[in-house]
Design a protein around this ligand. Structure first.
Ligand code: KIV
Length: 273
């Protein structure tokens, strides 16, 4: 394998992630939705690549994650898988694909696995989805849970504010986390909850807990690739660290191309056949 920025180029597995938690090694996770980006993210040494249903916002310009379909997630996930050799690829099950009943959930889960060749699926929710998670696990498909701010329920929440600040919601989240671990999930995402609560959940569970807006006391972190690279604008939650300003870099480069085309500078003699 060439081009990798890490020495250990072995395929990341769910077992290795649990081992990483046991050894106190932090887990890095980032979203990707297309082949080219996924290849770069993988070669940089990412542990987990999430084909998030945030593709609905980032790739399609929707206001929420709700409109994205199973077919569209399959397109994104299959593209990502073709670019990845090392990272564990997790695909989100989109809204409506697993909430109706466990049978429909496992049917969609099998379809996503067959048509994408991804490694695992992620589902949002706690005890209410346990029968579906169990059926998917029984089909041999690894499942990652997702609690806290679960964007597929945004219309019920009515706000993207921090979740589980109140004791009752925090207690439910803790029991949901244990239920997901007990049924057999290999990892759990906690989104936008108080750091102290996330730290407690991570210390109580043996499976890795990956946070987004959940502080540093968890076993790993996940961000949306377009956000951390500075491609998106007007979205600046406190938890988001921007590692680049790709929007400015791209705008400058595209502006230069327009200038070069219009001035007949491009293509020059070396750039023609
Ligand atoms: O869809 C997504 O990108 C996610 C992450 C924010 C965890 O679920």
């Amino acid at each position: 394998m060439s081009g990798y920025l890490v020495d250990d180029t072995r395929k990341v597995t769910t077992h290795r992630l649990i081992e990483m938690k046991r050894q106190g090694k932090k887990i890095a996770m980032l979203t990707s939705y297309d082949y080219t980006t996924a290849k770069i993210v993988d070669e940089a040494g990412m542990d987990i690549i999430l084909v998030g249903d945030s593709a609905s916002n980032v790739m399609a310009g929707n206001a929420t994650t709700l409109p994205i379909t199973v077919d569209q997630m399959i397109y994104h996930a299959a593209s990502v898988v073709r670019g990845v050799t090392r990272a564990l690829v997790v695909c989100d099950m989109p809204f409506g694909s697993y909430q109706v009943n466990p049978t429909e959930g496992v049917t969609n889960a099998i379809r996503i696995m067959q048509q994408t060749a991804c490694d695992a699926l992620k589902l949002e929710g706690g005890v209410e989805i346990i029968p579906t998670v169990k059926k998917i696990l029984d089909a041999g498909i690894p499942v990652m849970g997702h609690l806290g701010l679960t964007p597929q329920s945004i219309n019920k929440f009515g706000t993207y504010a921090v979740r589980a600040r109140e004791e009752a919601e925090a207690e439910k989240l803790i029991s949901d986390a244990h239920a997901l671990q007990n049924v057999g999930c290999f990892a759990l995402v906690l989104e936008k909850i108080p750091a102290s609560l996330a730290r407690r959940v991570a210390s109580e569970l043996t499976i890795p807990v990956i946070g987004i807006g959940a502080g540093g006391g968890v076993d790993g972190q996940v961000l949306v690739v377009a956000d951390m690279l500075g491609m998106t604008k007007g979205f600046s939650p406190k938890f988001l660290r921007r590692y680049a300003d790709l929007s400015t870099i791209m705008t400058d480069a595209i502006g230069q191309y327009i200038t070069d085309v219009k001035s007949s500078d491009f293509p020059n003699a070396d750039e023609e056949y």
